[in-house]
Design a protein around this ligand. Sequence first.
Ligand SMILES: NC(=O)c1ccc[n+]([C@@H]2O[C@H](COP(=O)([O-])OP(=O)(O)OC[C@H]3O[C@@H](n4cnc5c(N)ncnc54)[C@H](O)[C@@H]3O)[C@@H](O)[C@H]2O)c1
Length: 300
Amino acid sequence: MKKVERVLIVGAGTMGQQIGYQCAACGLDVILYDTSEGALGKALTTMKKIGKAMEAGGRVSPEAAEKAMARVRTTTDLAEAGKDADLVSESVPEDPKLKASVFASLNAICPEHTLFTTNTSTLVPSMIAGHTGRPDRFVALHFHDVRITNIVDIMPHPGTSEETLEAVREFVFQIEQYPIELKKEQNGYVFNTMLTQLFGSALTLASREVASVEDIDRAWMGIMKTAVGPFGMMDSIGLETIWKVTDYWAQVTKAPQGKRNGDFVKTYVDAGHLGVKTQKGFYNYPDPAFFSPDFMKGIK
Ligand SMILES: NC(=O)c1ccc[n+]([C@@H]2O[C@H](COP(=O)([O-])OP(=O)(O)OC[C@H]3O[C@@H](n4cnc5c(N)ncnc54)[C@H](O)[C@@H]3O)[C@@H](O)[C@H]2O)c1
């Protein structure tokens, strides 16, 4: 398999920006494709901020940060975007029909050798594989927040070839991430399977008004010694995504509390409070209350 040099990021939102930045900082050529011209403009601005934050946190060297953005191009022309990509990382919204149609279009455009990967949070790759035209070269490659971690999940479907797995593993190391491999498909990656339970419990406590959002976060942060609690994490992921995932599982499991949890998050989404990306969610940004030393005052 050809070594990955050119990466096509499809969908220039929260995740596309982060994945794109990481690839560029690791020396790869990146093309960002989005259907929205506005999203591409915003993505470039945000990626520069991601770079500054990662440089300040020591996650990229000043030399890599300086060169990264020069490697990023943007386009709304899919044919132009796909024509010489070695690997596609797809981060369009979490809708199986949309993802399927995006990959079908890409298959008609991309070279034979191009590897297709999806960053889906909740779908399994076999739901999309049949639409890619190259199921053997298709796998889920799921990123977390690259600003704070380098853990990436690889989830094959039964038709993913061993060569693809090897090439994707190599790509993951190339972009200085660490692959966690799932041996079989399931709804949810390794960390997310555990995190979903945490978010569900936190939302249940808040939606039933058992404890405040802040106190739920304080309990987690104070005992686990983390800088952020479950509600801060949900703001960072984006409350629309949290609502969609919560609502999806409430429908699958028919659990009444799951539905109540989804409705609780939906009140924020309906008000346009989507978390960090809109500067307002459970907390206000860029300086959320949990950043202040006063937030944990008295907790050792
Ligand atoms: N947000 C997270 O923390 C997170 C983490 C891991 C995985 N994911 C997954 O990544 C995917 C994207 O999530 P996000 O939070 O980045 O979403 P987002 O809403 O921030 O960004 C999605 C982008 O896709 C673009 N888009 C819509 N239709 C498109 C199309 N047909 N072609 C190209 N671009 C299109 C939109 O204009 C938007 O810019 C989802 O599948 C989500 O489940 C999200």
